[in-house]
Design a binder for this molecule. Structure first.
Ligand code: C2E
Ligand code: MG
Ligand code: MG
Ligand code: MG
Length: 292
């Protein structure tokens, strides 16, 4: 009897798993269709240097422009895509679209370095370096120095020697690397020493709470001083208020990105935004030059 019940339960569990698998496959199909129907979009969020008052780059952030549901954020569909090779197809689309956009901006007369988020599965492909080389060669007008790749510490886990050589090979072509969400992974300290990333991005969770949370403040300070010792660039994400910016400047972090500066926007709005952008006057006391 017990055995029977046990077996039934097992079958129920099995059927349930089957359903889940089916739903997952259906969802994956929808994402695949979105890609083929050209429903994916890149939005751009400016990065600024608060000390010079200049726009220093843009981060490309993926959106799904769904015909019925409107704009869908990446967290609603990328985690599923990341479980399959779909993420590589999406990642390739993102990479090429960002290059194409830079080329278009160049032709219009003003361009900014664009950073692209790279999923672990994409980065870990054996042919990753040649995929980057290919993307660069398709847009010969765009200087490779304008392409920056953002990876999570976790994407760089595994064979450190291999990871090191992938990053170095890309850097030889001119491409820069940033460590995204820095401090939220497990192995920050060891990895920083061994990974030749050019830039460290301070995770937004630390930045958001640093004004009232001593521990988050300490983490932000630690990441900034690590970046100096290791001779890397540093940028804070999640800068939502002017006070965040002032504190970061005081701590020695000049570059910032966040809703307090600009939200991610469609490419058509970028040029206008840059033209009307004025750095906040309360940052001026930290400025090298008087841009006020
Ligand atoms: P991320 O790379 O750390 O990007 C920063 C996220 O924080 C973005 O969310 C951005 O809109 C949001 N953000 C920016 N400033 C602020 C702020 O001041 N406050 C708050 N609360 N949030 C802010 P988004 O666009 O929803 O992207 C979420 C994550 O999805 C990204 O985190 C990145 O890991 C991933 N992602 C986005 N686009 C792509 C892509 O093209 N490829 C891959 N593989 N991942 C992507
Ligand atoms: Mg990022
Ligand atoms: Mg981040
Ligand atoms: Mg993140």
């Amino acid at each position: 009897q017990a055995k029977q019940a046990g077996r039934n339960r097992f079958q129920l569990f099995d059927a349930d798993q089957d359903m889940q698998q089916q739903t997952r496959n259906q969802e994956l199909d929808k994402i695949r269709q979105a890609l083929h129907r050209n429903e994916l979009r890149l939005f751009y969020q400016p990065k600024v240097n608060m000390r010079t008052g200049r726009v220093v780059g843009m981060e490309a952030l993926l959106r799904w422009h769904h015909p019925d549901r409107g704009l869908i954020g990446p967290m609603a569909f990328l985690p599923l895509a990341e479980q399959s090779d779909m993420i590589v197809q999406i990642g390739e689309w993102v990479l090429h679209e960002a290059m194409r956009q830079m080329q278009e901006w160049l032709r219009q007369g003003e361009v900014w370095p664009v950073s692209v988020n790279i999923a672990a599965r994409h980065f870990q492909r054996p042919d990753f370096v040649s995929l980057i080389e290919k993307a660069l060669s398709l847009y010969p007008e765009v200087p490779p120095q304008y392409l920056e790749l953002e990876i999570l510490e976790s994407a760089a886990l595994g064979d450190i020697q291999h990871v090191h050589s992938v990053i170095t090979e890309c850097q030889k072509m001119g491409v820069n690397f940033a460590l995204d969400d820095f401090g939220t992974g497990y192995s920050s300290l060891t990895y920083l020493k061994r990974l030749p990333a050019n830039i460290i991005k301070i995770d937004q969770s630390f930045v958001r709470d640093m004004l009232d949370d001593q521990e988050d403040l300490a983490l932000v300070e630690a990441v900034i001083s690590l970046s100096k010792v290791f001779n890397r660039g540093v940028i804070a994400e999640g800068v939502e208020t002017v006070e965040h910016g002032v504190l970061l400047l005081r701590l020695g972090c000049d570059e910032a990105q966040g809703y307090g500066i600009a939200r991610p926007m469609p490419p058509a709005e970028v040029l206008n935004w840059v033209e009307q952008y004025k750095p906040d006057p309360s940052w001026a006391q930290w400025a090298d030059i008087s841009w006020e």
